[in-house]
Write a protein that binds this ligand. Structure first.
Ligand SMILES: [Zn+2]
Length: 432
């Protein structure tokens, strides 16, 4: 093969048409997409003189581009020889076989005359040993009188997307789980995307704000979403990229609309809070504890110098967010959340925010990882998903001048610790 050779793409519908045809060989028309120099199977002859265009779904814009003008041929082969040879020759640069020798193996091959003929052979009963050495059901060929050499061909697989993980990752279990995401800013947006990619089947998004120009830099959403409510725009974004996921958008303020949050909490398995500011995080911590649901709180502290993830579980062993902060205050540690009170994300107040986009994306993705590990361990008994603790601090741009446990010195350091026990006087943890 040489880099200048045609690269053939076979959409699933073309595969189905060839597979279902009673012919032993027929015509193809290829569409050439010049931007990336590829040939897409556009039309298949399925019965004598009957040609049908293949269907390529709308989102495959590159595969739908270009003009159909290149005539080609498909041939059904029953012997394994041609496809075994294709696998061997594909590994050798510039390997080719004499036209007459090829014609003995594939007698129906058309004589290309003085031109280049493009041929696709199909072997529906290829032995698994041959598949193991790289042979496929389809093989592409550049046919010249001076010789025949293999072409690369990519065939659309029967399954794409999350179902490819079936049997390798518990997508079936996670498909039944629900997570409420409070705060759909840059950290929350990244977390939502990661939850979908892990296969969490249901998310309920809570955020009152609109997506505005200054959000573009750090958010998974782009310019198309400016002006929209973050929850609605994210719901549409997820529907495009993760169509199997069910998303409910709630244009709610976690603090002002706390009473609307309770019924949502009752039907989800976990709360992931990525909201800016102390108040919504306290509300999430309080309501989750009362609903006896685990919560994962994610934020950046000290203007983006460190990331923090707190996992709160409704256990008598672990206190809540207030208990943790009081425990740290009692030890003379800075109020880690104080700088969150000046909100930078609302579009009203602009504070210099030094956290860079991938750092926020990292915090959101790690928060989703912690949430998914918690679901798998607590609901599905998967002990490979145990975390080292309940409270993680990690270095993004650490200055090294903070008190323990925030005294990280290195980028990429992750420090896990446990949580203090509930305080007897805690309004969240104490029963009643
Ligand atoms: Zn507490």
């Amino acid at each position: 093969m040489s880099p200048d050779d045609p690269y053939i793409l076979m959409p699933g519908d073309a595969f189905t048409k060839i597979e279902g045809s009673a012919l032993s060989q027929g015509a193809l028309v290829l569409r050439h997409a010049p931007a990336d120099d590829m040939y897409v199977v556009d039309t298949v002859e399925t019965a004598e003189g009957m040609r049908f265009r293949t269907t390529v779904s709308r989102e495959y814009t590159a595969l739908r581009a270009g003009d159909a003008h290149r005539a080609a041929q498909w041939i059904r082969v029953t012997s394994s020889d041609a496809h075994a040879l294709h696998a061997v020759m594909s590994k050798r640069p510039n390997a080719s076989i004499e036209f007459e020798d090829f014609k003995e193996m594939v007698p129906k091959v058309s004589d290309p005359g003085n031109k280049l003929g493009i041929l696709v052979t199909y072997n529906s009963e290829l032995a698994s040993e041959l598949q193991d050495v790289g042979a496929g059901e389809f093989a592409g060929w550049a046919v010249r009188r001076s010789g025949v050499h293999p072409l690369r061909i990519a065939v659309e697989p029967a399954t794409t997307g999350l179902t490819q993980l079936s049997g390798k990752w518990p997508i079936e279990q996670l498909a039944n789980n629900s997570v409420m995401v409070v705060g759909c800013g840059s950290i929350g947006g990244a977390a939502v995307q990661a939850l979908a990619a892990y296969g969490v089947g249901n998310v309920e998004l809570v955020d009152p704000d609109r997506f505005l120009w200054h959000n573009i830099l750090r958010h998974i959403l782009g310019k198309e979403s400016v002006g929209r409510f973050k929850v609605s725009a994210l719901k549409d974004h997820l529907a495009t990229h993760w169509p199997q996921q069910s998303v409910v958008a709630h244009r709610l303020d976690a603090v002002a609309d706390a009473h609307y949050m309770r019924p949502i909490l009752d039907r989800v398995d976990l709360v992931l809070c990525a909201a800016d500011g102390i108040a919504p995080r306290r509300v999430a911590s309080h309501l989750a504890r009362r609903a006896r649901k685990p919560a994962v709180l994610a934020c950046v502290l000290d203007n983006g110098a460190i990331g923090e993830i707190i996992r709160l579980r409704p256990s008598p062993r672990y206190g809540c967010l207030l208990c943790l902060r009081q425990h740290l205050a009692d030890r003379g540690v800075m109020d880690a959340e104080a700088d969150q009170e000046l909100d930078y994300g609302t579009g009203q107040v602009h504070r210099p925010m030094t956290a860079v986009p991938p750092d926020l994306n990292y915090v959101g993705t790690l928060a989703a990882k912690v949430a998914v590990a918690t679901l798998l361990e607590s609901l599905h008994g998967d002990h490979t998903q145990q975390l080292p603790g309940e409270h993680a601090i990690f270095g993004l741009r650490p200055a090294g001048d903070l008190a323990a446990p925030f005294d990280l010195n290195h980028v990429g350091d992750v420090r896990w610790s446990s949580l203090p026990e509930p305080r007897a006087s805690c309004p969240t943890c104490s029963p009643g």
